[in-house]
Design a protein. Structure first.
Length: 306
């Protein structure tokens, strides 16, 4: 038998690729996290993680265990919910960034609705900055959106590298004085801010070639060859490509996807949906090249950003 607590700990480490971050998220000591992983590896007789003083990576068996663990924990949660008593009722107002809405959100909501058919879901999809403000104004109950690396609000769910993308035939001048044609969302936009800051730190001039209020608008402008845009690397859409390093554009770093909740309740429809999102998102976000064009039940920190 595989211990659910050990599986949950392993998934948290697999998602963050950090024993320290996993311990903070689980509210446990780092030694407890390490012990859970060692015991799980002892049970299956395989090494699941490669770790040294600087990094943690999944082995091939570890990557396979991620899928098994998620299935086991999901089944366990469905069984607990089924026998928990009266059906959960109420309303949840969820805000989701377009990155998240265009990836796993439909599957998460479909499963959640099957388990909790009497919960009313109200979904708002928008820019991360706008969603953070709506949560602070109490117009949303949950938000799944981006934050910049180094910020601390919310519960870390996953990380993704940012990349410069454009149509395949777009070329960017290597001359620092030649303005980079930038396609961006209007403020407040985390991707826009990251792009502009990176360019200015590198001493590159830039101009806004197009402003679009949605991902579909950004993608349309980029496919039309109007310029370049900053985008999460794992969700690059069809018809657009990541610019090579010799394009002369600065590195954009990473963004973090976090879950934020209004209030501190551990029961009710909002808490149930938060657990479903966290359980689904414990899978590492790294994808293969062919997947890039397609697109756990720890305590969560329910603090809106200041």
């Amino acid at each position: 038998m595989l211990d659910p607590a050990q599986l949950r700990t392993f998934l948290t480490v697999a998602q963050s690729l950090s024993f320290t971050a996993a311990a903070q998220r689980l509210g446990a000591s780092q030694s407890t996290v390490s012990q859970h992983v060692r015991k799980l590896e002892g049970t299956v007789g395989r090494s699941l993680l490669e770790r040294d003083t600087h990094s943690v990576t999944l082995t091939a068996d570890g990557a396979a265990m991620v899928g098994f663990a998620r299935d086991i924990l999901d089944s366990n949660e469905r069984a607990v919910d089924y026998f928990a008593g009266p059906a959960l009722r109420g309303r949840v107002r969820l805000g989701a960034s377009e990155d998240f809405a265009h990836s796993r959100l439909p599957d998460i909501l479909r499963t959640f609705r099957a388990t909790h058919p009497f919960v009313e879901l109200e979904l708002t999809v928008g820019l991360s900055g706008v969603l953070h403000r709506a949560l602070a104004a109490r117009r949303l109950d949950l938000v799944m959106a981006k934050r910049k690396t180094g910020e601390t609000h919310g519960t870390l769910v996953s990380r993704d590298a940012m990349a410069w993308i454009a149509a395949p035939d777009v070329r960017v001048s290597a001359d620092p004085a030649e303005p980079v044609p930038l396609i961006a969302c209007p403020e407040p936009s985390i991707s826009r801010e990251l792009a502009i800051r990176a360019l200015e730190r590198a001493g590159r001039s830039w101009r806004i070639a197009c402003t679009a209020g949605s991902f579909s608008g950004l993608h349309t402008a980029a496919r039309a060859g109007l310029g370049v845009t900053a985008h999460t690397r794992s969700l690059i859409p069809q018809g657009l490509v990541e610019l090579p390093r010799d394009a002369g554009l600065p590195a954009l770093g990473e963004v973090e996807f976090v879950l934020l909740a209004r209030g501190r309740g551990e029961t009710g429809p909002g808490a149930a949906l938060a657990r479903a999102i966290l359980a689904s998102e414990t899978r590492p976000r790294a994808q293969s090249e062919s997947e890039r064009s397609e697109s756990e039940q720890p305590e969560f920190e329910p603090r809106p950003p200041a």
